[in-house]
Design a protein around this ligand. Sequence first.
Ligand code: SAM
Length: 282
Amino acid sequence: MMQTESLLFRTKKLLTTYDLHAKKGLGQNFLIDGGILKKIAAAAELTSTDTVIEVGPGLGVLTETLVEQAGKVIAIELDDNLAGILKNRFADVKKLTVINDDVLKVNPADILGIDTNYKVVANLPYYITSAVIRHFLEAPVKPAVLILMVQKEVAKQITAQPGEMSLLSVSVQLYGKPMVVGKVSAHCFYPAPNVDSAILKISVYPHSKIETADITGFFDIARAGFSANRKQLVNSLANGLKVSKTEIIPVLDQAGIDPQRRAETLTIDEWGNLFRAFKEKR
Ligand code: SAM
C-alpha cells in the first residue's frame, strides 16, 4: 500500500498528466492516505467471490485495492474525463467494468448479471450522500453491506439513537445497522475538504424493519413527524399531514405513543406502529 506522500504525488501527477483539476461541484476530494484505503477494504471484508459496486472511482486509487481483493468490481463515475482515464488505465483488468453515468440513474439490478449479491464501497461525493444511500437501500436488489466515506457529522446523524433521531437516521436504520468504523481527517484527501470525515458501515438487514409496499406512505408520515423541529408529535403530525389534532390523537393512542413525545425520541419499531395505526384508520 502506498504511503500518504507518494499517493499525493501520484494524484497530482495524474491530474497534471491529463490536464485536469479536482471539480468541487462533483465532490472530487481524492484519497491520499494508504492507511485509510486499508481500513475501508478491511471493513468490506472482501473475498474473491465478492462483487463490489464502487461509486465515484475518481482516479482509481480505491478501485486498485478493490480489484486486488474482490472477484468483480463495477465502478460508476459521472465525470466523463475520469471515466475515460479509468477505462484506459485499467484496460487489462478484466474483473473491472467502468460505467460512465450518474449513480442515481443506474439500477443495480441492471448491471449485476445473474448473481445479485453485492457490496457497495465508496469514497462518496458528499453533495449526494443521502441520495446515494437511499438509492441503494430502497433498490429492489439491495447490497449486503455499504462501506462509505461520509462527512463526520452525517455519520453521527445516521448512527443516532432515539432521543436524537432524524429523518435521515430513520431512513437508514429501517434497512440496516449503521456503525462508524473510523474517523478520517480532512488531510487524508487532496484537495482537503472543509470538514472531517468518517468511514460508515451499514450492514443491511435481510428484510427491512417495516415491511410494506407503501414505503412512500411511510415516509409521508415520518417526514410530517420531523417537519417541525422539536415540537410535540401531535402538533408536527397535524401540521405536516394537514389534519386536525383531534384526528391525530386516537392514531397515536392506538400506536401506544404519548402525543407529547417528540419525533426525535421514537424508535424504528414505534414508527412502524404509528404507520400501521394510520393505515388502519384510513
Ligand atoms: N474514489 C476516489 C478517491 O477515493 O480518490 C474519488 C472520490 S471523490 C470524493 C467522488 C467521486 O465521485 C469523484 O470522482 C466524482 O467525479 C464522482 N461523482 C460525483 N457525482 C457522481 C455521481 N452522481 N455519480 C457517480 N459518480 C459521481
